[in-house]
Design a protein around this ligand. Structure first.
Ligand code: HEC
Length: 119
């Protein structure tokens, strides 16, 4: 009898955990779009160096560089591309590009701990 209750509560906990994940993904469209469109060159964390084209790109998590670019400049860059970076204006709506720009700001590593990968 006891065992049944235990497994029932495990099932309920798992269902709750799954529901939580789905929620997080829905809220994080910018991250999903980034992983789908950008990570193959800029890496999953934005530090870059993924593939031959990625090696030509800077570390997108660099806080010093992030200070020098405005959101609208990032949007224009993603729309039109530059050098080896393709244009995304056909593939992604403006709304989606804006979500990716927001995600780039999330990728910025904190200035206090100037260590790559710590966020
Ligand atoms: C095919 C590989 C590739 C893909 C895919 C790609 N990029 Fe790039 N990206 C590059 C390269 C190469 C550069 C450097 C371009 C240059 O300045 O010559 C770059 C530059 C950038 C820069 C500018 C950095 C600077 O120096 O100002 C940003 C921001 C950026 N990419 C964001 C993105 C985002 C966001 C996506 C996804 C929508 C993306 N990239 C997809 C290769 C790529």
């Amino acid at each position: 009898m006891m065992g049944q209750w235990v497994s029932l509560s495990v099932v309920i906990m798992l269902l709750a955990a799954f529901a939580g994940c789905r929620q997080a993904n829905a809220d994080n469209e910018g991250e999903r779009l980034y992983q789908a469109a950008c990570a193959r060159c800029h890496g999953t964390t934005g530090e870059g160096g993924a593939g031959p084209a990625g090696a030509l790109s800077r570390d997108l998590t660099d806080p010093e560089w992030q200070k020098t670019v405005r959101d609208d400049e990032l949007r224009t860059l993603i729309q039109h591309g530059r050098g080896q970076m393709p244009a995304f204006s056909d593939a992604l709506s403006l709304d989606k590009i804006d979500k990716i720009v927001k995600h780039l700001r999330v990728l910025k590593r904190s200035e206090a701990s100037d260590k790559p990968g710590s966020s």
